[in-house]
Design a protein around this ligand. Sequence first.
Ligand SMILES: Cc1ncc(COP(=O)(O)O)c(C=O)c1O
Length: 415
Amino acid sequence: MTTAMETTEKLSDPSGRGFVDGYRITFPQRQHAYTEAEIAAVVDVMRNAEGQTQGPYLEKFEADFAEFTGANFAFGVSNCTNALKLAGIFSGVGPGDEVIVPGYTYCASAIPFGDLGADLVWADIHPETWTIDPDDIERKITPRTKAIVAVHLLGLPADMRRIMDIADRHGLKVIEDCAQALDCTIDGQHVGTFGDFGCFSFHAAKTMTTLGEGGMLTVKDADIAARVPGIRHNGLAAIPGPRERYWVPAMSNVDSFLDEQWPQNFCLGEAQCALGSEELKSIVPNNELLIEQDLKIRAALADTPEITFPQVVEGGRYVVHQYVMHFDGSAFGKDRNDLLDLLTAKYGIRSIVQYYPLYRFPLFQKMGYGEADTPFLEKWWDDSFSFPWWCGITDEEIEIMTSSLKAAIADLKAG
Ligand SMILES: Cc1ncc(COP(=O)(O)O)c(C=O)c1O
């Protein structure tokens, strides 16, 4: 029988990550603690900002973000899902269009496009980079294809050179899902600036978070950029031209910035923007720390051929947003589930498995997207798993995790 406590835990933890006791190592509730400067930035807005939204802190955060990434234009939005929705709207995605999305990603990479009425077409991932496979994109293009969603999942840059080449040849829009990849680059160019749009997340699970929710849309084209604020904020705009009385004909205007498109409200508050500007200052050192810890894990497991890691595209700088690995125990007849049974129960490491292929979820199946031609993902995913991972993970925790993993594999080999 399920106790009330267990029910509460289940309801309050739809991520399946937290609220779990009894492990030696588990995901913490918070990805990282705010610094005093970050806390002061929020308090400053609470004390001093004249308006709570759509003001100078938003302007500054957008300018800081554009400078950091090198984007032509940047727009603060309520979350990355809505950045993706805006990218879909401005790409003209609608009923009858197909949008190519990797089968291996978080659900929000696909939902906004389904919501706009497009048909979702699942692409496979590349066996080495574990990001969307350019060859499979090309195979999946039809006369109805409108856009490609290039997801830089886990902090790994997708192969943007090849994706842009394919998109240019076929006249397709490219929407980069950079939710997990702030500070990833290819040949020094930031992800989110290759395609038509880049969509970033400041959700609580990300390396920087604007109080739990938040996002940024980067835009290449100036004409589109001019229309984003209106679509982002209920069509609100100034009434054009000089006016004798500021209240005639109305205080402000409401207009459509795209034909036959209703606007949305995807705004980001001032306190979140002030925090975002402050956090941007430490995104690089925080990522450097995570990369350092990643290299320690890779070194510790270099003599463990059963475990493989993703490879980064040539010229790419990765960040380590999630710690996914692949286990091959076929030589001794064992699989990922056998390994996780031991890691969790015997060694106390709350490993998880991440990013269930989207077409296996009831949502996508009910919506008619339960079929996929993604042979590599189908074979690979069932033996993938993740270590607990967060900004601030210590050497001691890494030692415990890697030695436990080796010991668990030795147990499995010994039968
Ligand atoms: C790959 C990916 N895309 C999109 C999103 C959606 O981001 P948000 O929660 O800011 O809407 C996430 C969030 O976890 C994500 O990981």
